[in-house]
Design a protein around this ligand. Structure first.
Ligand SMILES: [Zn+2]
Length: 221
């Protein structure tokens, strides 16, 4: 039986509908990929705002916290210098992220190593003494970025750059819990009531920080 014109028209309509639906689906997937929860390594984006010495905003609204580095908080020495330094290095430029471990922190910010051109920004901050290396128990110490950053921090220490030029009243000794990366004053609540076999003792601040420990945020040695 020959198909009526009406039936032909109906089929054409279904085909057109399928094509449009597929195109729409394709666009949706493209969009989802673009604003994916976890950006892929090697993603490029523009840095549109610098919040402080180690965090910024990316085009699209994502926030980025630089990995393995801790810069002065507002009100602390060199806060302005660290913020300005990050602005000069990254603002309105195109960056590339490399992830290591958890991709976001508890505030929802991306956690990553940031490259602008061929510079590892995380490392440049340490090389200029504008932040401390800040590692965690699960940090892979063999990662090239981590090794570069420790080497950069040691260079800043040797040349008394930035934070390393600040005079501090020394404690008789400093302590760090075994396997942890924070250096404490002897009276810090984090190390109170610990047995001697649970921590290491350092004669001075630099001895611990040279190894890659970072100052505790509570007792601020
Ligand atoms: Zn402490």
């Amino acid at each position: 039986m020959a198909m009526s014109t009406k039936a032909k028209k109906g089929r054409w309509f279904i085909r057109a509908f399928v094509v449009v639906a597929l195109a729409a689906l394709f666009l949706v997937f493209r969009f989802v990929e673009r604003v994916d929860e976890d950006r892929r390594p090697g993603d490029r984006f523009e840095i549109v705002k610098v919040a402080d010495g180690d965090s910024m905003e990316l085009r699209g609204g994502d926030r980025l916290r630089l990995l393995a580095v801790d810069t002065p908080e507002k009100g602390e020495p060199l806060y302005d210098e660290a913020t300005r330094f990050l602005q000069e290095l990254t603002l309105n430029k195109i960056g590339r992220l490399e992830f290591a471990g958890a991709r976001r922190d508890k505030y929802g910010r991306l956690l990553a190593f940031l490259y602008v051109d061929s510079l590892l920004v995380n490392e440049q901050i340490l090389r200029n003494g504008l932040g401390y290396l800040y590692l965690f128990k699960d940090t892979d110490m063999d990662r090239p970025e981590v090794r570069k950053m420790l080497e950069a921090q040691r260079e800043a220490m040797k040349h008394n750059r930035g934070l390393w030029a600040i005079d501090r009243t020394p404690e008789p000794y400093y302590v760090a819990l075994n396997g942890a990366f924070r250096l404490h004053r002897p009276g810090c609540r984090s190390v109170k009531n610990k047995k001697p076999d649970q921590y290491q003792v350092f004669a001075d601040r630099e001895e611990g920080l040279w190894l890659g420990l970072s100052p505790c945020r509570n007792c601020k040695p």
